[in-house]
Design a protein around this ligand. Structure first.
Ligand code: BGC
Length: 419
């Protein structure tokens, strides 16, 4: 027997991208980093990913330094009307993307009107198709002049961030209701200041904590600035939420899970208290702990070796219920070049998400990562997260089967499941 799980009226069904991963032609902190690191990344790829069971399929791309140069990316900067047509044909009504700070303010204090005009047009093209824009102001890329002054740790970081945000929000406030100040501060600060794999490539606990604080202070200040411009706008940041789970009953495990939840989640909500109108949640996985080690069961994994465990979205949402705030899933997806698991993953994830809604969590939308295959930061182009496959030789778009499945759910605003 089939049963239909209905979603709330006006539910946002969409996709999510970030400027540097799709636009092409950017010059920012990442493009400098790519020049510096592409050969290293190619040489060390076997050490990092050789253990994956699909290594033979990805080896060629992963061992090629060109894989790590974003270059023209998937030319979304020019091809966005075609990409929005695809979204519309699938029945999607929401799109999260980021504004590229380095285009808007290529030199310190010099704001580029043409770049702003590009995003005005871009948003207009969304709106004529009935697609609601969700705008991220900082998704890990920023101008080179800022990086030279210390990036997130620059003395005047929050001043610069507020100035750039005000320029953008003042111009777009009538067309954009939903704003995300920053993307995943925890992941960025870990990779950039602790693991050394992202720019500026530091390995220092103190810098990691300082960068985390700087970003969160930046969020709070930009939140206030946006509210001063227009108090009706809805502002949040995109929080990476993994679902922590205890893998056994030991005291050590309980301690490590409580610590993990505090450092990776609670702390961010304490510091942003009074500065969130809704909660943007990027959710990919669970973190099952046994003492201080991750012990996921990994029965099904995507191309990156990440466990696919759809129930974890429910676990995260139930944790966030206590805030009594609207929630938008701002990212969720899987690297799956063959599109082997994506349909199943989307269906099962939505089934669990629906259960959370039934149990009182106010989820307003689900934005799948990602619309297009894109540039996966230090992994380059080989992981394929797109609902739409992109051939980077000719930029041809091919809609994957899973995208049709997702579109069917979106159009009907309900999910058919077996009882
Ligand atoms: C990031 C995206 C990234 C995705 C998949 C998220 O943490 O926000 O930029 O592409 O994960 O790795």
């Amino acid at each position: 027997m089939k049963k239909a799980l209905k979603f709330p009226k006006k539910f946002f069904w969409g996709t999510s991208t970030a400027s540097h991963q799709v636009e092409g032609g950017n010059y920012n902190n990442w493009s400098e980093w790519e020049k510096l690191k592409s050969v290293d990344f190619a040489h060390s790829s076997h050490r990092k990913f050789g253990y994956l069971s699909n290594w033979k399929n990805i080896k060629k791309e992963a061992e090629n330094p060109k894989n790590y140069i974003s270059g023209k990316a998937v030319d979304h900067f020019n091809r966005y009307p075609e990409d929005f047509d695809i979204m519309k044909s699938l029945g999607l009504n929401a799109y999260r993307f980021s504004i590229e700070w380095s285009r808007i303010e290529p030199e310190k204090g010099r704001f580029n009107k043409e770049a702003l005009a590009h995003y005005v047009l871009f948003i207009n093209e969304l709106k004529v198709r009935g697609i609601e824009p969700f705008v991220t102001l900082w998704h890990w890329s920023h101008p080179v002049w800022l990086e030279k002054e210390g990036g997130i740790l620059a003395r005047n970081f929050s001043k610069y961030f507020v100035r750039y945000a005000r320029y953008v929000v003042e111009a777009l406030q009538n067309d954009v209701n939903y704003w995300l100040t920053i993307n995943e501060p925890e992941i960025f600060t870990y990779e950039a200041y602790m693991a050394g794999s992202w720019p500026p490539g530091k390995r220092n606990v103190l810098s990691t904590l300082r960068a985390r604080l700087a970003l969160m202070m930046g969020h709070n200040k930009v939140y206030n600035a946006i509210k001063r411009i227009n108090s009706g706008l809805k502002v949040s940041f995109a929080k990476h939420e993994a679902a922590f789970e205890v893998g056994d009953n030991s005291i050590l495990t309980k301690i490590s899970v409580s610590f993990g939840k505090y450092i990776a989640s609670k702390w961010f909500f304490i510091i942003t208290k009074g500065h969130l109108d809704f909660i943007g949640v990027n959710h990919y996985a669970r973190t099952k702990m046994k003492a201080f080690s991750i012990a996921n069961d990994n029965e099904v994994v995507g191309d990156l070796g990440w466990e696919l465990y759809p129930k974890s979205i429910y676990m995260s949402l139930m944790e966030l219920k206590r805030f009594k705030k609207p929630i938008i899933i701002t990212e969720n997806g899987v690297a799956d070049a063959e599109d082997k698991y994506r349909s199943w993953f989307i269906k099962e994830t939505l089934r669990w998400l629906h259960k959370a809604i039934e149990e009182g969590v106010d989820v307003k939308g689900y934005l799948h990562w990602s619309l297009l295959d894109n540039f996966e930061w230090d992994k380059g182009f080989w992981p394929k997260f797109g609902l739409v496959k992109v051939n980077r030789k000719n930029q041809k778009r091919t809609i994957r089967k899973s995208a049709y499945l997702y579109g069917k759910v979106a159009k009907a605003n309900k999910l058919e499941v077996d009882e």
